[in-house]
Ligand binder design. Structure first.
Ligand code: ATP
Length: 473
């Protein structure tokens, strides 16, 4: 069963095709599907398939673990998507949650004016400074003339209740953090928290994006992982400088290559209406290079002041020790679960020309290995009986039963063992267990490592301990 290893040759990274490859790979291997595909698809909405949901859940679990489970100063929350419409007035979203929209007068396509400026190397602030200069920019699709930019609100409207009138209008939340601000008092009181402390939340957000695209990079329905840290205004800068590198480290610790990540500070002219300081963590995507993956924002006292004003409830904080009353500043870390999924997929995807082994059965033009961190891999252990002989299948099923309480496993008995290894490599499974006829005699199995392809012969009674050690976090 052991295969002779050949020196593997990596293909040169074909960046331009990588995105197309990932999109078709994600569909073929059950990671991500276009929403409503049988009806021709529904623009910018995607469904996570059996392996995609595992990957995304693992990403969310790792985020929650690092932000909540491992800390004494952050607690969790799961607020509702629909909230009192006044929240969106207070937050400034009804007034300012807008993107500048332009239409092509010829081909009728719509674009974000700031994206067109960026593509020309101009800063977004240029639009405010010289609106007339926008006429120099032509449609990137057909070269046609564009309309003047007009603002377009990204909030998704809906009606709540049986009557569809002005009074029943509400919004699908445009960001998860507003549910945190609205619950600041509830959480503080119920958990007896003292500032500084944070509240973390994972959940869906909705934006009527003008130009969604690039697969799950920009969707109209997506998931955010946000944490709001409430601090004394004098501590805000220190707190910001503490969280900023931590968020970068999280991506790097989970395997994203350092060379594909960088920080970018928002210029004064692109800061959101609430922000005092903002940095993006950017990833080098195959489309258009470095672009936003996550953000760290100093939101000042904007949110709690505005909610105090609009709700009539004073959300300022009283420090019993210093007797000081103040409006807390908020340091926000904001990550997208879908963008993170895309980044982990892109970064882990590796093609190897000619395959990694020299047996004829596995020689192919290109072999794919998804080098996901073990913590993120959708399937942790594949169980592969060498043949369909009942005695082997019985032994294999027993092994699966022992492991599945702890690990996500997959049972596969079809095709040659080489092909089955390839299938698991392609979806990022870190370990495969092969049960052969010898296993029935010596009560040992072969465990193969995805990355090194090294094979260990492990006694059945030591298997649980062996994997506990391999998956130790
Ligand atoms: P962009 O500049 O790309 O529109 P943003 O600055 O509006 O993003 P934030 O409001 O800071 O984004 O949201 C925080 C995070 O939520 C982003 O860093 C991103 O990971 C994710 N996110 C935002 N909009 C979308 C979207 N339309 N689809 C998928 N993820 C998104």
């Amino acid at each position: 069963m052991k295969k002779q290893e050949s020196s593997s040759v990596k293909t040169s990274e074909d960046k331009e095709n990588l995105m197309d490859k990932i999109v078709s790979f994600a569909k073929r291997r059950g990671f991500v599907f276009q929403s409503s595909e049988i009806y021709g698809g529904f623009a910018s909405c995607y469904d996570y398939g059996p392996l995609g949901v595992e990957l995304k859940n693992n990403i969310k679990r790792q985020w929650w673990k690092s932000m909540v489970q491992m800390r004494n100063d952050v607690v969790g929350l799961d607020a509702s998507i629909l909230m009192h419409p006044k929240i969106w007035e207070a937050s400034g979203h009804i007034e300012s949650f807008t993107d500048p929209l332009v239409d092509c007068k010829d081909c009728k396509k719509r674009f974000r004016a700031d994206h067109l400026l960026e593509a020309k190397g101009l800063k977004p602030g240029y639009l405010k400074e010289k609106p007339e200069a926008f006429s120099e920019i032509k449609c990137p699709e057909c070269g046609g003339e564009l309309t003047s930019p007009r603002t377009f609100n990204l909030l998704m409207k809906t009606h709540v209740g049986p009557v569809e009138d002005e009074a029943s209008i509400s919004f699908l939340r445009g960001e998860t953090c507003q549910g945190i601000y609205a619950n600041f008092e509830n959480v503080k009181e119920s958990m007896r928290l003292k500032i500084p402390f944070g509240i973390a939340q994972i959940g869906k957000a909705f934006r009527n994006e003008i130009t969604p695209g690039n697969f799950i990079f920009r969707m109209r329905e997506f998931e955010q992982m946000e944490m709001q840290f409430f601090v004394h205004p004098k501590e805000a800068k220190k707190c910001f400088d503490y969280w900023k590198p931590l968020r970068m480290k999280w991506y790097q610790d989970l395997g994203v290559k350092k060379s594909n990540l960088k920080f970018r500070e928002h210029g004064r002219d692109e800061l959101a209406h609430y922000a005092k300081e903002a940095w993006d963590i950017e990833y080098k995507y195959p489309f258009g290079g470095f672009n936003e993956l996550a953000g760290i924002h100093n939101r000042g006292d904007w949110d709690l002041s505005r909610h105090s004003k609009f709700s009539g409830k004073d959300l300022s904080y009283f420090d019993a020790e210093t007797k000081e009353k103040f409006m807390p500043y908020i340091i926000e870390t904001s990550d997208g679960a879908d963008r993170a999924t895309l980044v982990f997929l892109l970064d882990a995807y590796e093609e190897i020309k000619g395959g990694r082994t020299t047996t004829t059965e596995s020689i192919k033009d290109v072999e794919v290995v998804l080098r996901l961190d073990k913590r993120l891999a959708p399937i942790k252990i594949a169980i592969l009986p060498l043949s369909k002989k009942p005695e082997l299948e019985k032994a294999a099923r027993e092994i699966q039963e022992k492991l599945r309480g702890e690990y996500m496993t997959m049972y596969d008995v079809t095709g040659s063992i080489g092909k089955r290894y390839r299938r698991q490599d392609e979806i990022g499974t870190p370990y495969c267990i092969t049960i052969d006829f010898e296993s029935l005699e010596d009560k040992k199995v072969t465990v193969r490592d995805r990355d090194t392809m090294k094979q260990d012969r492990i006694a059945l009674k030591e298997l649980a301990e062996y994997f506990a050690d391999k998956f130790k976090e």
